[in-house]
Design a binder for this molecule. Structure first.
Ligand code: SAM
Length: 309
C-alpha cells in the first residue's frame, strides 16, 4: 500500500461501494458464505464474487473459514439492523463517494443530493465515531477556557459524544439539535441521560448557561447563519459565561480546504471559514476577548468568546 497506483489510492471505498450496491454485503449478512452462493444471491458473476470476496478478506472485511467467507466486525455498519450510532464511519464514507460522483451536478445546480433515511443514519454513525482521544482533547481544552462549567448547552450535539463527556466530568448538559436527529436518536440520548431540546440555532436557543459548546456545527451553516447563531449564543449565556466551538478553521487546519469541498458535496450552504470571518462574527455578536486557539494533538481549533460579567 502507499503507492500512487489507482488500486492503492481509491480501491477500498470503491470495493465497499460496489459490494453494498450489488448486494454482496446483504448476501454475507444473510449467511451466504461461498462465492457461488454470494453470486447467486447478489446477482453477480461467479468471477466477480470470487474476486471481491478475496479483496474484502485482504482488507480485513471478511475472514476465510471452513464454511467460506464470514463478515468481520468491520462490516457491521453495513448491516441495516445495526443502530445508527454503532455503524462507524464506513457507510458514510461510501455515501460520501456517491456525493463526490454527483459533484459536477452539484457544482452546476447548487443542490446537493438529499440524504435517504439510511444515509442519514450513516451520517449519525460517522458523527458518533469521533476518536476518544480527539473528543477528550477538545473537552479538556474547553474546560481550560471555562473550568468546571455547571450548565452546558451542546448545540448541534448529534449523537451526544461531546455532551456525554461534559456530563461525565460533572456538568448538567442540555443537547440541542434538529427534530430529525432527536427523533432518530431518542433512545440513544435517553441511555446517555442527556436533556434534549429541539431547535434551530439560527433562530433561537434556550438560556441560562455558563458554557455554550458546539463541535463541527458551524461548518453546516452559511456565514450569515453563523452570525445569527453566535448572536443567539450570546443571549443564551449568563453574564460571565463562555462560548467554545471546535472547528477546522480555514488557513489554520490542514484539512479545512478539503473539508470545504466535502461540505459542497453534501449540503447547500456548508463550508469552512477563516479566522477573521469567525472573529468578526464573534465580535459582532458582542463577545469580548474573542480568540482562536489550537487544540493540542488534534487538527481542531477552538473559537472562544466571553460574555462580559
Ligand atoms: C457534523 S454534526 C456534529 C455533531 C456533534 N456536534 C459532533 O461533533 O459529534 C452537525 C450537527 O449539527 C446539527 N445542526 C446543523 N445545523 C443546525 C442548526 N441550524 N441548528 C441546530 N443544529 C444544527 C446537525 O443536525 C448535526 O447533528
Amino acid at each position: 500500500m502507499g503507492s500512487d497506483a489507482i488500486y492503492d489510492r481509491h480501491h477500498e471505498v470503491f470495493l465497499l461501494w460496489a459490494c453494498r450496491e450489488t448486494g454482496v454485503f446483504e448476501a454475507l449478512f444473510a449467511g451466504r458464505r461461498r462465492p457461488d452462493a454470494v453470486a447467486e444471491h447478489a446477482g453477480i458473476t461467479d468471477r466477480a464474487a470470487e474476486i471481491v470476496l478475496e479483496a474484502l478478506a485482504d482488507a480485513g472485511y471478511t475472514q476465510e473459514s471452513d464454511e467460506g467467507y464470514i463478515p468481520t466486525e468491520e462490516l457491521r455498519g453495513f448491516d441495516p439492523e445495526t443502530p445508527p450510532t454503532a455503524r462507524g464511519i464506513l457507510p458514510h464514507r461510501v455515501d460520501s463517494l456517491e456525493n463526490y460522483i454527483h459533484l459536477p451536478e452539484t457544482m452546476r445546480t447548487g443542490s446537493a443530493p438529499e440524504p435517504s433515511e439510511e444515509e442519514f443514519k450513516n451520517y449519525m454513525g460517522a458523527m458518533a465515531s469521533v476518536p476518544e482521544g480527539t473528543l477528550r482533547a477538545i473537552v479538556t481544552a474547553a474546560e481550560h477556557v471555562h473550568p468546571r462549567p455547571g450548565q452546558v448547552l451542546d448545540v448541534g450535539g448529534g449523537p451526544g459524544r461531546f455532551g456525554a463527556e461534559f456530563a461525565r466530568r460533572g456538568a448538567d448538559v442540555t443537547l440541542l439539535d434538529q427534530r430529525s436527529v432527536l427523533e432518530l436518536l431518542a433512545d440513544h440520548h435517553e441511555e446517555l441521560d442527556l436533556d434534549v431540546v429541539e431547535g434551530d440555532a439560527r433562530e433561537s436557543l434556550p438560556d441560562g448557561f455558563d458554557l455554550v459548546f458546539s463541535a463541527r456545527m458551524t461548518v453546516s451553516l452559511s456565514l450569515s447563519g453563523i452570525n445569527e447563531y453566535f448572536g443567539n449564543v450570546f443571549e443564551a449565556l449568563e453574564p460571565g459565561g463562555t462560548f467554545v466551538a471546535a472547528e477546522w478553521v480555514l488557513g489554520r487546519a490542514e484539512v479545512a480546504e478539503r473539508f470545504g469541498m466535502h461540505m459542497l458535496s453534501m449540503s447547500e450552504v456548508g463550508n469552512t471559514y477563516t479566522e477573521s470571518e469567525y472573529l468578526s462574527a464573534l465580535e459582532s455578536a458582542g463577545f469580548a476577548d474573542a480568540e482562536i486557539r489550537d487544540v493540542p494533538d488534534t487538527r481542531f481549533q477552538l473559537l472562544v468568546g466571553r460574555k462580559p460579567a
